[in-house]
Design a protein around this ligand. Structure first.
Ligand code: FES
Length: 134
């Protein structure tokens, strides 16, 4: 797992309870077990990117999850408030992402706390990443 030396990994705790992530594009519902989070995936521990990758959803993540690109951009259409606000660095990177909405996040940095279920949507130009073939 890539670690960004400029980020304090202690800033964002992993989820404290189980929740689900629904991928709006496919209707797939992912059960997140907060006691068995994916290890060794890119992005912060408990991040949407790390969980989606562990379930075979091959989202782009060019920089390896260290907030140096915007390729892991997704929409968190429900439950986004359960994750800490984006950092200034994340917001700066999101400026480079196309079709940003209020609910846009870099999935490698977005760590829901598990207090609500989450619904995500993969932006339209990336939808081949969530095809039924994964
Ligand atoms: Fe590059 Fe998330 S993978 S910012």
């Amino acid at each position: 797992m890539a670690i960004n030396p400029y980020l304090n990994e202690e800033d964002i705790p992993p989820p404290k309870q189980d929740y689900t992530i629904t991928v709006k594009n496919t209707g797939e519902v992912i059960e997140v077990d907060h006691t068995d989070l994916p290890q060794g995936e890119e992005g912060r521990e408990g991040s949407l990117l790390s969980i989606l990758l562990s379930k075979g959803i091959d989202l782009d993540h060019t920089c390896g999850g260290v907030v140096a690109c915007s390729t892991c951009h997704i929409y968190v259409v429900e439950g986004g408030d359960t994750a800490p606000e984006p950092s200034e660095t994340e917001e700066d990177q999101l400026d480079f992402a196309p079709a940003v909405r209020d609910c846009s996040r870099l999935s490698c940095q977005c760590v829901p706390d598990g207090s609500e279920n989450v619904v995500v949507e993969v932006p339209s130009w990336k939808r081949n990443e969530v095809s039924e073939d994964h």
